[in-house]
Design a protein around this ligand. Sequence first.
Ligand code: TMP
Length: 216
Amino acid sequence: MPRGSFITFEGGDGTGKSTQLALFLEYLQTHEIAHIFTREPGGTGIGERIRQILLDPACAEMEDMTEALLYAAARAQLAREIIRPAMDAGKLVVCDRWVDSSIVYQGLAKDLMHGRGGSEEAVRAVNAYATDGLIPDVTILLDLDPAEALGRARSADGRPDRIEAKGISYHRAVRESYLSLAEREARVRVVDAAGPPEAVHARVIDAVQQAVEITK
Ligand code: TMP
């Protein structure tokens, strides 16, 4: 049985990741391509409980280190319980976020915001341990100017949301961090997330097909 492929989706808030994931899963279904879909943080019973802690406003005082380790802990469970067994069975695995999210959010972007450096290596090391070095075959990075992402969010409901709450400089740091990662790692394919969802979807399919063979 050949090893299955591992595809991940990444992107900042408001880049349309959820919409594109839904369209991609629909594509797989339409073309009868067997797959499993999972998300981070979560995807397992234990991971979902860790997710609740990470998202709980009562845990707002959480230390950066604690946060990074909790994301890695949820990922360790997901890698062993779901992803590895599925890949060993030859299945295609699609995951909403993976280690790159931690490298960006807990590492590069946080360092940019605080004018410091050095977190990336620590985050990488912890996650290499947590995942046993499980790296996606291809990572779709949805890239959009944060000003446009904010515009989209505003036009959706007309009031400040969680995207605006964090501030544009934070979202710029996230974008810059993702793009610097993509420059260094060939598996990370930057997809222009501007324009109508169907047009972005066509770019996503193109990028995936250039990297891995997805067939029935
Ligand atoms: P999402 O539901 O839009 O994907 O957002 C999940 C949030 O969790 C997003 O703000 C990024 C954050 N996150 C991290 O900070 N580190 C991680 O490792 C993961 C998986 C998510």
